[in-house]
Design a protein around this ligand. Structure first.
Ligand code: NAP
Length: 249
């Protein structure tokens, strides 16, 4: 990949205000993309887009609750008035609301499914047509190893992340002939705000089950994501790539 692999590309990254999404947004911007940083809070996502611009990159911020189809549709309308298309879409925004099944509320089930899974359908539905017309696109959906192996207390999250795998493969089949690649990444346990609630003992216990003996970092996930967004990934689609230090083999 050249150092300006994304020059001329418009990239939408959801959940770009921190963690994995922020890392991907910054890397795409370093590669020359104009990055649309999306999160619920304008203050949070504009902090990242402002920093990208201060470093000489190109970015803008959009406050969108990705779990709300009306908000996503409106945001895509505004975006497509400014840009001919989103060339790259990284569906990364996600939340957890953990509880064992018997105690899980209907609301927590719905919130997690809408934020982690339905949101990706909302963005795809609104941004795919211009990609198809331009015969080029890269879509990366952020799944999780939990979507493949399940997890105690995370039935909602596991169901959403497993659903993303089906969505990724179906979308990939629908648009493969139009130069659009749709892939998913399934990270293991990555040190971000999402895992920050784990105390040191839980982290040590977890690390024992990881052949590489540590949690991953944002930097362990970003290079794969940017590669999947690149021209060079043109013959790779419908795949789920695990980044988990060997935890699931
Ligand atoms: P994080 O640090 O908690 O960041 C989550 C991001 O999503 C934030 O930017 C947040 O921004 C945004 N977000 C949450 N709800 C949103 C909504 N309704 N609308 C718009 N934006 C929303 O999480 P992370 O660890 O970087 O995780 C990123 C993705 O990787 C998630 O999909 C997660 O499920 C997945 N993943 C993470 C791990 C891990 O161990 N960390 C493992 C596997 C998969 P605002 O709060 O500003 O809205």
């Amino acid at each position: 990949m050249s150092s300006l692999a994304f020059a001329g590309r418009v990239a939408v990254v959801t959940g770009a205000s921190r963690g994995i999404g922020e890392g991907i947004a910054r890397a795409l911007a370093r590669g020359g993309a104009h990055v649309v940083c999306v999160s619920r809070s304008m203050a949070n996502c504009s902090k990242v887009s402002d920093e990208i611009i201060a470093l000489g990159g190109s970015a803008e911020a959009m406050a969108v609750d990705v779990s709300d189809s009306v908000e996503v549709e409106k945001a895509c309308g505004i975006l497509l008035e400014k840009h001919p298309a989103a060339d790259i879409l990284v569906n990364n925004a996600g939340i957890i609301k953990d509880a064992i099944l018997m105690r899980m509320s209907y609301g927590d089930w719905d919130d997690v499914i809408r934020t982690n899974l339905s949101s990706c359908f909302f963005w795809l539905k609104n941004l795919m047509r211009p990609m198809v017309q331009r015969r080029w696109g890269r879509i990366v959906n952020m799944s999780s190893i939990v979507g493949k192996i399940g997890n105690f207390g995370q039935a909602n999250y596991a169901a959403a992340k497993a659903g993303l795998i089906g969505l990724t493969k179906s979308a990939a089949k629908e648009v493969a002939s139009r130069g659009i690649c749709v892939n998913a990444i399934a990270p293991g346990f990555i040190s971000t705000d999402m895992t920050a609630r784990l105390d040191q003992k839980s982290i040590d216990d977890l690390a024992r089950f990881i052949p590489m003996k540590r949690l991953g970092s944002v930097e362990d996930v970003v290079p794969l994501a940017t590669f999947l967004c690149s021209e060079e990934a043109r013959y790779i689609t419908g795949q789920i790539f695990t980044v988990d230090g060997g935890m699931t083999m």
